[in-house]
Structures are given as structure tokens and as C-alpha cells.
Write a protein that binds this ligand. Structure first.
Ligand SMILES: NC(=O)c1ccc[n+]([C@@H]2O[C@H](COP(=O)([O-])OP(=O)(O)OC[C@H]3O[C@@H](n4cnc5c(N)ncnc54)[C@H](OP(=O)(O)O)[C@@H]3O)[C@@H](O)[C@H]2O)c1
Length: 283
């Protein structure tokens, strides 16, 4: 953002609530670094206002928006879905291309890039995914596409079973359901995709299988506030390497920005975005 002009292009984020979002800080830092006459703003869109917001994005010529809780599934029927959005049934990036609204999901690719940042591969892993919501879908499909085997444990078992069956339809035999908090086979990557342990409930933790840390899995928590959830603190104490979700936030945002601007992803200033996201979390 170089100052608002008559030609300033608008991108942003829709959520409800949305005031806590780190995305404006992160994206506006990137826009400044790129020298683009663009601005990224947060819109609080109530779920019953989605149809009007969809019309608004076209009417106002907004280039695109990120979509967050609780709207990711609600916006999908209004868009032309990418393969990733079709698989996950949710959209985190809307792109207005001359009035045609494209819906994509960059969460899965953002997660894989974040794993790489932590020196971890998403290929050929034996994974336990805690949770079966929108982000679990993105993570599980991204890992299964790389040949990893995913066990999915969720408080509501039926939701885990549905996700497992959707994965196995595309990647036969690569997913199975696991009981919430029940013993499982050797796991070398544990991913928490539930919201359990998120600020302000920092002393809560998802149910874990007994002895889950014995084989020293890499432990990834999608939560980034707090930076160390109770799950990550316990995993570290047990000698596991860990990562929180801050770099996933950065990478999914960078992938969205690449879509909107048409720039190659490698030209998006991810380090600048990460610094801005971390700084906004310290505020
Ligand atoms: N780092 C990033 O870039 C990034 C990106 C996306 C999401 N996230 C984070 O990931 C988390 C989940 O997001 P989402 O979009 O997947 O949400 P979602 O679709 O609403 O799914 C929420 C999941 O959490 C589980 N859950 C919620 N409360 C629980 C509780 N008290 N005990 C046990 N399980 C509980 C739900 O289980 P049930 O099915 O039983 O309700 C479900 O599996 C959030 O913390 C979000 O901030 C981070």
C-alpha cells in the first residue's frame, strides 16, 4: 500500500468476527514491499449476508478476498471451484476475474510449504490428524496427494469417517479413522487441526492417544496464538520437534496474493509477510 489513490485496487478478508485477523498487517506489508497501489482490508460479513457480499465484490470491482471462519463453506456454491476447493469443499480465496468468481483453497499448499520451512517432508509420512473440519480436509488431502497415510481422529467420529471416505475415494487406502484419544499405530507426524488450545483457552488440549510421543513424531499445531499451545509444550518436553501454524498462515496468504496479482509465488515477499504477522501477534 503506497497511499490510497483513485486507482487503488482492493483485496481483503471476509470473516465473522474478523477484527482479530492478522491478514491485513501481513498483506499490506507485502503490498508495500511490492510497490503496488493496492490495499487489503477486513470485512465483517455475517453468514446471512454472503449473497449480498458476493454481489458486492462484483459491483465494486474488488480483486479478491480471503475467506475465513465461518464462511469458507458458505461461499463455495457461488464460485467456480478449483480442484483443491472441490476436494476440501471449502474456499479460502475468492478471485474476481472480470465478474467471474473463482474459489480456491490455498490452505493445503500453504501447510506443505510450512512443513518444508520446518525441514519436514509431507511425502510418505504416517500421520495422525486431530480434527475433521475445513482445515483438516485441506491438510489431509495435501498429505495424501504426496503418498502419506492419514489417520483421522475427531471428537465427532462421523465427521472423521466422512473425511476418510472422501480421501479414499480419490487416494484409495490412504486414510483410516482413529478413535478420539485412542491408541493408534506408529505415527511420525502428528497434526492438530482442531481449535482446542487456541487463545484464550491456552490450558486445553485435544485428546491424545497414549504414548503418542514415544516414537518422537514431528508435532505440528495449526494454532499460532499462543505460539506454543499446551500440545506443543508437552511434545517439546517429550523431545519432539514442533511447529506452530504461523508459517502456514503466511504461505496460504502468499499463494492467494500470487493468484490475485498474477505474480509467480517466488516473487511474493514471504519473509516480509512473516515478520508483519509475527509483529501483529506481539501487539
Ligand atoms: N495456521 C493457519 O494458517 C490456519 C489455517 C486454517 C485454520 N487454522 C486453525 O485451525 C483450527 C481449525 O480451523 P477449521 O477451519 O478447521 O475449523 P472447523 O472447520 O470449525 O473445525 C473445527 C475442528 O475442531 C474440533 N473441535 C472444536 N472444539 C473442540 C473441542 N472442544 N474438543 C474437541 N474438538 C473440538 C471440531 O470437532 P467436531 O467436528 O467434533 O466439532 C473440528 O474437528 C482453528 O484454530 C484455526 O484458527 C489455522
Amino acid at each position: 500500500m503506497t497511499g490510497i489513490t483513485g486507482k487503488t485496487k482492493i483485496i481483503g478478508v471476509w470473516g465473522h468476527p474478523v477484527g482479530h485477523s492478522r491478514s491485513p498487517a501481513m498483506h499490506n506489508a507485502a503490498l508495500r514491499e511490492l510497490g503496488l497501489d493496492w490495499v487489503y482490508v477486513a470485512f465483517d460479513v455475517a453468514p446471512d449476508q454472503v449473497p449480498q457480499a458476493m454481489a458486492g465484490i462484483r459491483a465494486l470491482g474488488i480483486v479478491g478476498v480471503n475467506v475465513t471462519v465461518p464462511l469458507k463453506e458458505l461461499v463455495a456454491p457461488y464460485t467456480i471451484l478449483s480442484a483443491a476447493a472441490l476436494q476440501t469443499g471449502s474456499v479460502n480465496t475468492l478471485h474476481n476475474q472480470e465478474g467471474r468468481l473463482h474459489g480456491d483453497s490455498t490452505d493445503g499448499r500453504g501447510f506443505l510449504r510450512s512443513l518444508e520451512d520446518a525441514g519436514q517432508s509431507g511425502a510418505g509420512r504416517s500421520v495422525l490428524i486431530l480434527g475433521a473440519g475445513g482445515s483438516a480436509r485441506a491438510v489431509a488431502f495435501a498429505l495424501a496427494a504426496l503418498g502419506s497415510h492419514c489417520r483421522v481422529a475427531n471428537r465427532t467420529r462421523a465427521r472423521a469417517e466422512e473425511l476418510v471416505s472422501d480421501i479414499n475415494r480419490v487416494y484409495p487406502g490412504q486414510a483410516e479413522t482413529s478413535g478420539w484419544g485412542e491408541r493408534t499405530y506408529a505415527v511420525d507426524l502428528l497434526v492438530n487441526t482442531t481449535s482446542v488450545g487456541m487463545y484464550p483457552h491456552i490450558d486445553e488440549m485435544p485428546a491424545l492417544p497414549p504414548d503418542i510421543f514415544a516414537a518422537r513424531p514431528f508435532v505440528y499445531d495449526l494454532i499460532y496464538a499462543p505460539s506454543r499451545t499446551k500440545l506443543l509444550r508437552l511434545a517439546e518436553q517429550a523431545g519432539c520437534e514442533v511447529s506452530n501454524g504461523i508459517t502456514m498462515l503466511v504461505h496460504q496468504g502468499a499463494l492467494s496474493l500470487a493468484l490475485w496479482t498474477g505474480l509467480p509465488v517466488k516473487e511474493i515477499p514471504v519473509k516480509v509477510m512473516e515478520e508483519a504477522a509475527r509483529a501483529s501477534l506481539r501487539e
